[in-house]
Design a protein around this ligand. Structure first.
Ligand SMILES: [Zn+2]
Length: 332
């Protein structure tokens, strides 16, 4: 058993309480590799933001969970080296699919886990989430539950259509399970293809696809049921068109990729939404930079020469999200 506390990590409890009160959201960035982690830590330190490092089951399979944990521990040391005296870094399991996966992460030094029972019948979701909470809380690890189903594809999590969270269920769910935060479905979606062209309207000026707006009425109804309770939004990348264009310009083929407009996420950040998950945008920034560099310098074969610009590009993206969308800057 390794406690996250010995790794210098923190859980989400205090962080979320401050975020809800302060009207901002904590960035939850997924990572699978060193350049991504460096970019996240640099961005968080430069903007003085708390940050959640998210690891999906796919990332654990890809990068190895032991290595990821040491990387998270390294992130704390690196943040200090960069001049942050008291970094607030969470290591969080994204979309835990079973009690066993959550337990193994808790035992290996994660400070927060998500148990995603949203695909299960309601009572089974309650029972599974409660079981994880009871285990996690013995070690002061915080737990995110989920109600409602998000559409889209993210690693091996996928659903054909979304079902909004039912506001009439949230109090019962939170009370019975004891979870510390709740992921809800109000129209965000996983991946870079969040909506089909049929679901979108076309912007007459730019010709770009405009996604359907988020269901802020559902969010408001949930907040009314659970005043001050930390709410989480998954699938909240904005799919910057510049990056999509760069990827396509240099040989890529991303057709009709659509994300959540940043002004809607800005609005959500000011509510009880206190954690916003962003993964696809960083993948796009990285891919765009790698494609551009390799296309412009076809003789280059030193990975540092194309992963370096990719890292810088991701760092700029993370800083932009922190300062201009989530508002979590200057909180350390
Ligand atoms: Zn998710």
């Amino acid at each position: 058993m390794i406690s996250y506390k010995t790794l210098g990590l923190v859980n989400t409890r205090e962080m979320f309480a401050k975020a809800v009160k302060g009207g901002y959201a904590i960035p939850a960035f997924n990572f699978n590799n060193m350049e991504q982690l460096q970019a996240i830590v640099m961005a968080a330190v430069e903007t003085k933001s708390p940050v959640i490092l998210q690891v999906s089951k796919g990332a654990r399979d890809y990068a190895n969970q032991t290595l990821l944990r040491y990387m998270a521990e390294g992130a704390v040391g690196y943040a200090k080296e960069l001049g942050c005296e008291k970094p607030e870094i969470v290591l969080h399991l994204d979309h835990g699919d079973s009690f066993e996966t959550c337990k193994s992460c808790i035992d290996m030094g994660f400070s927060s886990v998500m148990i995603d029972g949203s695909h299960l019948p309601y009572e089974e979701n309650v029972a599974l989430t409660k079981k994880v909470v009871e285990y996690a809380h013995q070690f002061d690890v915080t737990v995110e539950g989920e109600l409602g189903v998000l559409a889209g594809v993210e690693d091996e999590v996928s659903a054909a259509e979304s079902h909004y969270t039912k506001p009439e269920e949230v109090v019962d769910f939170v009370t019975k399970t004891g979870c510390d935060s709740l992921a809800i479905s109000i129209g965000t979606s996983h991946g870079a293809y969040k909506f089909t062209p049929e679901q979108c309207t076309v912007d007459p000026e730019t010709g770009r696809l405009l996604p359907p707006p988020l269901a802020f009425d559902v969010l408001a109804a949930i907040e009314e049921q659970l005043p001050g309770f930390p709410i989480v939004l998954h699938g909240s990348s904005s799919v910057p068109q510049d990056d999509v264009d760069t990827i396509n310009k240099y040989g890529g083929k991303l057709v009709a990729a659509v994300g959540i407009p940043e002004e809607q996420l800005r609005k959500a950040s000011k509510s009880a939404v206190c954690k916003i998950n962003i993964d696809s945008d960083s993948r796009l920034a990285m891919t765009a930079a790698v494609r551009k560099t390799l296309a412009e310098k076809p003789g280059e074969f030193d990975p540092r020469k194309y992963l370096g610009p990719a890292r810088e590009s991701m760092k700029q993206l993370y800083m932009h999200k922190i300062v201009n969308v989530l508002g979590s800057n200057d909180k350390l």
